[in-house]
Design a protein around this ligand. Structure first.
Ligand SMILES: *Cc1c(COP(=O)(O)O)cnc(C)c1O
Length: 383
């Protein structure tokens, strides 16, 4: 199979790394690596119309994905997720162009499937057979099932108060699960300490270059579903930040190949008031974030006190003319009721946080009634 994947490039210092061997972060500066493609070699004749005959899954964008040989793809059916025009909720807010991209339809019920499908496929391509991950929950579930399908071992470290759904699903899929007394950042330290001895490859958010490639397909789908015209605003619940960073990167690639223009949606990063390091950094005008102390929130996916990609998230927000907002757990809970009541869409707390943020941003004038707004429901309702 012909592929266009050229090399890995440090997102901070620009140093080039080989993609034919396993890589984590930049060997010089320790920051995340980005996959780069020979986009100039894509045939000029490659046009959006060519996608139409392809399966409705994220693999339809294979020219812009890092898997070199399709036989390594590990797939559980990563369907294109629907983009739903939420008219009743829009009426409620006086916002006619309100849409939700519903990521809950993906395998394991969250958008984490996109990133882990890519990371596990790439691990298979590189003959890696032991993976380890610190997780707040959904990434662990997604890794466990994809690793099971690929016959690769999955070693999971997560907080002991992670939702039961995540703990149980990992165990059902045969992963080695360790529950720790601490947060995802503490779990990350354990993986870092033990990985050399255990022979594990670390698939932590943005310490592995391919999860973000899976996440960027959210941006590709969004662009395609809107006829290659991006919306005015994207509201996105932010933990480790791969979603925002991935979409940002994906839009840049689409512009390079001439499929979209210069316009970018304003990225609005939503965090929980109980763990809002990116919001704090944004409000303080900083380009990186301080670790958050005593992180707590019902939105477990947002309970990420420190993100290695902080500078990339803040850059995407800044360059897109967006902003970052915190919402309380009470507001999240209200939104978890409002959305299904108005639209019949059941959400995870993280998805509901975007609705709570919208309310805030409409009242302070950041979003106006003429904006076309897309909320990301990053996962389904789970107990
Ligand atoms: C992981 C997670 C998030 C945060 O995603 P990032 O792209 O890492 O910021 C949001 N919502 C849900 C449901 C998650 O599982």
């Amino acid at each position: 199979m012909h592929h266009y994947f050229k090399h890995l490039e440090c997102s901070n210092c620009g140093e080039i790394h080989l993609h034919t061997v396993p890589q984590n972060v930049c060997l010089s500066c320790g920051k995340p690596l980005f996959a780069r493609y020979s986009l100039e070699q894509l045939p000029e004749t490659w046009k959006p119309e060519h996608l139409q005959s392809r399966p409705a899954s994220l693999w339809r964008y294979k020219e812009l994905l890092p898997i070199c040989d399709e036989k390594h793809i590990v797939s559980l059916g990563e369907t294109m997720t629907p983009i739903i025009h939420t008219k009743r909720l829009g009426e409620h807010f006086g916002l006619p162009e309100l849409w939700i991209k519903d990521e809950s339809r993906l395998p394991t019920g969250s958008f984490k499937a996109r990133g882990l499908a890519m990371a596990v496929s790439k691990a298979k391509e590189l003959s890696i057979n032991k993976l380890a991950i610190p997780s707040a929950g959904n990434a662990a579930t997604a890794l466990s099932v994809y690793a099971a399908a690929a016959d690769i071992s999955a070693n999971i470290f997560m907080p002991k108060d992670t939702p039961t759904f995540n703990i149980e699903t990992c165990r059902l899929a045969g992963a080695n699960v360790t529950l720790i007394d601490g947060l995802i950042s503490d779990a990350g330290k354990i993986v870092a300490e033990r990985k050399a001895d255990e022979g594990w490859f670390d698939v932590s958010t943005l310490k592995e270059p391919y999860r973000v490639e899976g996440k960027k397909t959210m941006g590709f789908e969004l662009a395609e579903q809107f006829g290659w015209k991006l919306p005015d605003v994207i509201i996105y619940p932010t933990g480790g930040g791969t979603g925002i960073v991935g979409m940002w990167k994906g839009f840049e690639e689409l512009e390079t190949i001439g499929w979209i223009g210069k316009k970018r949606p304003r990225f609005i990063s939503v965090q929980s008031a109980g763990c809002a390091p990116i919001v704090k950094a944004w409000e303080d005008g900083n380009t990186s974030a301080e670790p958050w102390q005593d992180a707590h929130t019902i939105a477990s996916g947002l309970r990420v006190p420190q993100a290695i990609g902080d500078f990339l998230i803040l850059k995407a927000i800044r360059e897109s003319g967006g902003t970052a907002v915190a919402v309380t757990d009470d507001a999240i809970q209200d939104a978890m009721q409002l959305l299904p009541t108005k639209e019949g869409i059941l959400t995870c707390p993280e998805g509901a946080a975007t609705v709570a943020a919208l309310e805030q941003l409409l009242s302070d004038g950041t979003i106006t009634s003429s904006d076309q707004v897309v909320l990301f429901n990053t996962g389904g309702f789970q107990t």
